[in-house]
Ligand binder design. Structure first.
Ligand code: UD2
Length: 331
């Protein structure tokens, strides 16, 4: 009889212990899980995260979407605007944009600014800085809330090359003396351009370059890099990644500062040696980006040319406008 009583007592004690554990701890686990789930649900609702599962197998297969150094290349179909906004909106960022309109190039400002108001960084704090020799000719454009425009007066020039390459020094000084603590990101754009589609936070990264529309289907030995050894912009045949357009530099303010400072120094050395790179600051930018790889590349959707066509482009977001060089340039 006694072993049976022992066994019965053992089972009873075991049952009591299990019951105690269930009453004492299980509700705690359960409520923790419920709480976590609640948090996740609230978080996902709050952030408006997508309900679908991103795929490793679906996606663009007609274009390269990542560089050999693992920087993304931004194309339509490679990003989710809602998801990106959910990440960037809470960061409360300020985006600066510089644009130069000197001499007859002021005529491009109206379309440029109006189209930027329709497509550029909508929903974010944007501050345009217009560098011009004619502040009085800067058009009054209705700006959205949280968007500002400041004119910065600079002298004109009788050489278009000086105006274009001079942007490096002016942006460098501007960042150093004013912008460094006033904005998080900056984009420096050409003015003879227009926005045609969404340009949002998918373009943000430390250092951002745009692939030039003329060269994205070509091999590097056809690129118009500076090929003269005497220039600081020199890139030998057999070297180079891509050809980037001078019409767009972007990124964190401090990164763009480094770009402009370095290019300004190289331009000064070239000037001292009486050489001007074949495509002015664009040549130096290409040299810079070869040794300081951009962390994000914008596809030609973000820098296009009006008369061009290519089926891989599902959308054109930003394009040069056609211009008669002999009518707008001072030389
Ligand atoms: C290319 C580049 C440009 C620059 C230039 C250097 C592209 C699409 N464009 O364009 O960024 O690197 O080569 O040779 O990559 N500007 C004035 N007034 C003038 C002349 C120029 O304000 O009289 C400013 C203006 O902001 C203009 C920019 O400088 O957008 C570049 O000049 P451009 O557009 O005439 O240069 P372009 O077409 O040769």
């Amino acid at each position: 009889m006694q072993p049976i009583i022992h066994l019965f007592v053992l089972v009873l004690v075991g049952f009591v212990v299990v019951w105690f554990l269930y009453l004492g701890f299980a509700p705690a686990w359960m409520s923790l899980n419920v709480q976590l789930e609640k948090n996740m649900l609230t978080h996902s609702r709050h952030c408006d995260m997508p309900l679908y599962s991103p795929s490793f197998l679906e996606g663009r297969k007609d274009v390269v979407t990542v560089t050999p150094w693992l920087a993304p290349v931004v194309w339509e179909g490679t990003f989710d605007t809602n998801l990106l906004d959910a990440i960037y909106k809470p960061k409360n960022i300020t985006v600066a944009m510089t644009v130069f309109a000197v001499g007859k190039y002021v005529q491009f400002l109206k379309d440029f600014l109006e189209s930027a108001e329709s497509y550029f960084m909508l929903g974010y704090r944007v501050h345009y800085y217009v560098f011009t020799d004619q502040p009085e000719a800067v058009p009054m454009v209705m700006l959205g809330s949280d968007r500002r425009l400041t004119n910065i007066k600079i002298p004109g020039s009788n050489r278009w090359q000086e105006i274009s390459l001079g942007r490096m020094e002016r942006i460098e000084n501007f960042i150093e003396t004013q912008l460094i603590n006033q904005a998080d990101y900056i984009f420096c754009l050409d003015v003879d351009t227009k926005f045609y589609g969404h340009w949002g936070v998918e373009t943000l990264s430390s250092l951002v370059a745009a692939i030039h529309f003329d060269f994205f289907t070509k091999s590097r030995d056809t690129f118009t890099y500076e090929r003269r050894r005497e220039s600081q912009a020199y890139i030998p045949y057999g070297e180079g990644d891509y050809y980037y357009g001078g019409a767009m530099i972007g990124g964190l303010v401090e990164e763009v500062y480094n770009v402009t400072k370095t290019c300004r120094m190289w331009l000064e050395i070239d000037k001292g040696n009486s050489i001007e790179a074949v495509w002015q600051e664009e040549s130096h930018l290409n040299k810079y980006f070869l040794y300081n790889k951009p962390t994000k590349l914008l596809s030609p959707e973000y820098l296009w040319y009006p008369t061009y066509h290519n089926d891989v482009l599902k959308i054109i977001r930003f394009s040069q406008v056609l211009k008669d060089y002999s009518k707008v340039r001072p030389n």
